[in-house]
Write a protein that binds this ligand. Sequence first.
Ligand SMILES: Cc1cc2nc3c(=O)[nH]c(=O)nc-3n(C[C@H](O)[C@H](O)[C@H](O)COP(=O)(O)OP(=O)(O)OC[C@H]3O[C@@H](n4cnc5c(N)ncnc54)[C@H](O)[C@@H]3O)c2cc1C
Length: 430
Amino acid sequence: MITAAPRHLRASYDVVIVGGGPAGLEAAVAARDNGAAHVLVVDRDQEAGGILLQCIHSGFGLHRFGEELTGPEYAQRVVASTLEHDIDVIADAYVLDIDERRRVKLMTTQAGVSLVEARAVVLAMGARERTRAAIRIPGTRPAGIFTAGLAQRLVNLYGLLPGRRAVILGSGDIGLIMARRLTLEGIEVAGVFEIMPYANGLNRNIVQCLHDFDIPLHLSTTVVEIRGQNRVEGVTVAPLDETLQPRLDRAWDIPCDTLLVSIGLIPENELSQQMRLRFDSATRGPVVSSAMECSRDGIFACGNVVHIHDLVDFVSAEAMVAGRSAGQYVAGTLPRPDNVQLQPGANVAYCVPHTISTEREHTVYLRARKPLDACTLQLTEPDGTPVYARKLRYVFPAEMVNLKLRPAILQNFHGSILRVNIVERATEGE
Ligand SMILES: Cc1cc2nc3c(=O)[nH]c(=O)nc-3n(C[C@H](O)[C@H](O)[C@H](O)COP(=O)(O)OP(=O)(O)OC[C@H]3O[C@@H](n4cnc5c(N)ncnc54)[C@H](O)[C@@H]3O)c2cc1C
């Protein structure tokens, strides 16, 4: 059932899941399918579905369902599957705390604070957007500055227009999608400005959201000043030199009443921090095993709270692992602990999970630090001895790379540290 009434809840559950986005809902179904009799999903929003509910564009579900769905359509499928599995979902409920004994403290408007006991917990709280404050843009503090996701919520869920003429800072996917959305709603988008020399969103979004609508993309360029007293009146932008310093002598002014900042997402990790989980400074999410188990026994995590995904399909795949593991943990059938440690090496920003097992098949998710054409994804021992290699046509920081590892590749590396590298083909093996 979906309920906002905690009186319908049990006092204890096998698995409690924090966050009812695609990660939390998929994890709930997998937990049920793997031995958990009583599963509860808690979400702070008015309804389950997560960020997908405001993503009304298509582009979701090609891997998971073999169809191109909108965000709400994808969400509807996972919500329906959750309900078919007889899982309790409570909306408008905020998880405040999870203590050492896995007692989950919830707060709802109806019943105030309640405690629910959990034998296992899955963290699936998603991510939040970086704001203007994260990059300290100089200038005044007028109205009219939005994060791209907030603007998306205003336009798609509440039917409100943020302004009439917009500048977008950052070429991540949300900014690109909003450039198209604002244009379709009659707002003039003066341009998208990106600090890096390459775009930060998926190539399909550059083509479909910018090129198809003649919206200019200015690479190696940033906003150096915001002007306006009550409302934004304009911004100043400037190109950057090789050291990423703005060339103020070449700056120019753009009149606009709206600035959208689309400068990245950060895992929503207050709870994980309160719980003192071990963190990865690159992902800014918890360190996880191949079972998606965190550094505390019986606490699992998946989705954007672990690392930022570009496709929801991979969120679902990862959540199935976390949910399955939580179910197995409760049933006492969780496979033996991992015996190989993975480390990001050359041109790899991070890899998740952080440990794997020589006995099972794994999908490792990783991101390149910088774009490379014609390169090789390598697994090596710390001294450089090759373990595995796969050719890639290109890598791009905005596109997550999936590495499938089978036990046959890993069988001799019990107890090892393995490094993941992405190298140019010419330097391969040096
Ligand atoms: C603007 C935007 C556009 C996107 N476009 C695409 C696309 O075209 N194609 C695609 O495949 N993917 C796209 N994605 C990516 C995809 O939507 C996300 O990767 C996916 O939704 C992440 O799922 P999640 O469950 O980890 O997080 P979320 O969907 O963010 O869900 C997290 C949930 O946790 C809840 N929560 C957080 N903290 C608490 C707490 N303490 N107590 C209770 N509840 C809590 C939140 O309310 C939220 O409902 C897009 C993402 C964004 C932001």
